[in-house]
Write a protein that binds this ligand. Structure first.
Ligand SMILES: CC(C)(COP(=O)(O)OP(=O)(O)OC[C@H]1O[C@@H](n2cnc3c(N)ncnc32)[C@H](O)[C@@H]1OP(=O)(O)O)[C@@H](O)C(=O)NCCC(=O)NCCS
Length: 175
């Protein structure tokens, strides 16, 4: 499986009944399974640190009624206190990963909605960087009005497979 979902704009699913909540360190094993299942790399110590950092928001989506500790997806934010070239200081949406069998059921939408609401309580703008080839991710974020700000090989130390990343920003005041 590739790291990015195939871009399939006409494929839709039925929205899933999930609850999004703040992650705890007890969710780390489930987060690791999601990353493994999606073919995504993960630095578990980094996620643990993010969960324990009150300046960041790590969330998991739990299917309503699930009792086995499994999650349908997870996501995080980063706080960059200083600008880096064209990339401003501020709250950035971090990675969002959904288990393949749960995709196109609005799980990532729910995970992003929760993070946007959290950022909106702290700032007027939200940022996000993405690999220029990840069209599914770009489409996912359109509903919050993200607009391209810049393209570069790296933003805030994040590099991109293939070499091109996009920085996007959205006005979340009044969200
Ligand atoms: C990108 C990803 C997070 C989307 O998760 P998801 O739960 O399937 O997304 P949603 O169901 O909430 O999709 C919401 C909207 O985003 C867009 N979208 C999501 N996946 C898409 C795809 N594969 N192709 C085209 N559009 C897509 C659609 O507009 C979709 O609405 P629709 O289903 O009514 O058409 C998931 O495919 C994934 O985990 N990919 C691998 C990791 C990754 O690339 N993460 C993003 C890094 S920034």
């Amino acid at each position: 499986m590739g790291a990015f979902a195939e871009f399939a704009p006409r494929r839709h699913g039925t929205p899933a009944a999930v609850t999004v909540r703040a992650a705890t360190v007890d969710d780390l094993a489930a987060v690791e399974r999601v990353q493994d299942g999606a073919g995504q790399a993960l630095l578990l110590d980094g996620i643990r640190a993010a969960i324990l950092d009150s300046r960041r928001y790590v969330v998991v989506a739990v299917a309503d009624g699930a009792t086995d500790g499994e999650i349908a997806g997870w996501a995080k934010t980063h706080l960059h206190p200083r600008s880096d070239g064209e990339a401003p200081a501020g709250h950035y949406l971090g990675g969002v990963t959904v288990v393949p069998s749960w995709r196109r059921r609005r799980v990532a939408t729910a995970l992003t909605e929760a993070r946007i609401a959290w950022i909106a309580e702290r700032a007027d703008r939200a940022f996000y960087v993405v690999n220029a080839r990840n069209a599914a991710s770009v489409a996912l974020h359109e509903r919050w009005g993200f607009r391209e700000v810049a393209r570069a090989a790296a933003f805030h130390g994040v590099t991109f497979a293939g070499g091109a990343g996009v920085l996007l920003a959205a006005d979340v005041s009044g969200w």
